[in-house]
Design a protein around this ligand. Sequence first.
Ligand code: GLU
Length: 453
Amino acid sequence: MTVTVRFAPSPTGHIHIGNSRPALYNWLYAKKAGGRFILRFDDTDLERSKQEYADSIEKDLRWLGIDPDLIERQSARFASYDAAAQKLKDAGLLYPCYETPEELERRRSRQRALGRPPVYDRAGLKQTDDERAALEAEGRKPHWRFLLPNHDGNPFETKRTEVIWDDLCRGNQAVDLASLSDPVLIRGDGTYLYTLPSIIDDIDMGVSHVIRGEDHVANTGVQIAIFEALGAKPPIFGHHNLLTTRDGEGLSKRKGALSIGSLREAGLEPMSVASLAVLTGTSQAVEPVPNMDALIEKFDLTSVSRSSAKFDPEELKGLNARLVHELPYEAVSDRLAGLGIRPSAEFWNTVRGNCETVGDAAQYWQIIVGPIEGRVEDEDRDFIAKAKELLPDGDITVESWGAWTGALKAETGRKGRGLFMPLRRVLTGMDHGPDMKAMLPLIGRQKILDRLP
Ligand code: GLU
């Protein structure tokens, strides 16, 4: 069996770091198994689905390192859904219901008041053709419910019916179909809810594994029943915990909170976003993983914990900095050039340890090429004059700083901070920054002399 997975967003907004979790889990699962990854746009809601969101989702996934083998959209597949719906109707498993939302709510309140679970009583199933025709004549349009197989032939006498599966993340799972209302598959306006199209696609596209958030666990019980009603073998399911910020705030894609696009614009590395999205809420340490191959290697669905996956957006910055500190020159040379830097391995290796993002390198480049506003405290004026005299002759190399400060120490008796800080301030205009030993050759003899008053 070829492992085939899908990530199935609705293109009704931009994706955020929380949505990237199922995308990455599916991608890593497929790659680990040598399988296929389908990007499927769940765009049956034609009003709210927008091409610009589909484009932005695809761009964000590619930025993260996800390269779909196939892109599908549900809006192109209505004929298949209609055929499946007809098949279920013919089998008496999809039945029309005419209650309005208000009627349903009244019924649920009554059930709650009597201490009963608010499960739909299948009143629609009892209606005769004449009653239905009369309602249609009034202008009512039916919605359609799937008859759950939670009875022994008499649908008005339900019995405990467990759907069980071995979940890739959660182990053995059971959903009792008697505790659920018959799900609405088609709305009164004829549009499909996500439930049926998703199943038809999973069947037609040969999806072998469905990995998605744990908010879909109850759906899975229902969907397995529908797969079986259609004579299809259900895929293997895995439900992971959902990413939330530490204060428990959900990540609403409509609010654009922590959208992948905004993280990209903030200059974060895709691998730090991917590392956090994949490793948070697992038994593994959340650490920056340098590339997708290493993340594929590390990824393990059974390490996903049962409790929630909380993170602090600040953690992303720290992870990113740790990743950037280790990035090899070859990985960033083009981007440095794009920042207006004349790239060199010497430059990058000198500054990367001080960069939280690759973009931070620009400020150090500015310090090297100048102009800068060097600072000299009054009490350091004589010391700096002496420094100008003692700058070693010839080319400035990585040896120069040691030789220079050694000579200055012998001459002035200064040491430690009193020796180094005035030089750093006058040559860079800053109190902190990359190692001066490596900065000196990059600044170069002429500029060093120009900066020493
Ligand atoms: N469009 C659904 C969602 O975003 C897909 C869920 C699934 O993976 O089946 O929740």
